[in-house]
Design a protein. Structure first.
Length: 36
């Protein structure tokens, strides 16, 4: 395991999850108004 890769992977997945969540909220505005 290369420890230097961990921050890069964390940042990559965080970015992907953020973009995915934003895309869902934009396509379905009602989702942002309700608690999951």
């Amino acid at each position: 395991m290369h420890l230097e890769l961990i921050p890069m992977l964390v940042g990559f997945f965080t970015y992907k999850i953020a973009m995915f969540t934003q895309a869902i909220q934009e396509s379905v505005p009602d989702v942002g108004n309700h608690e999951v």
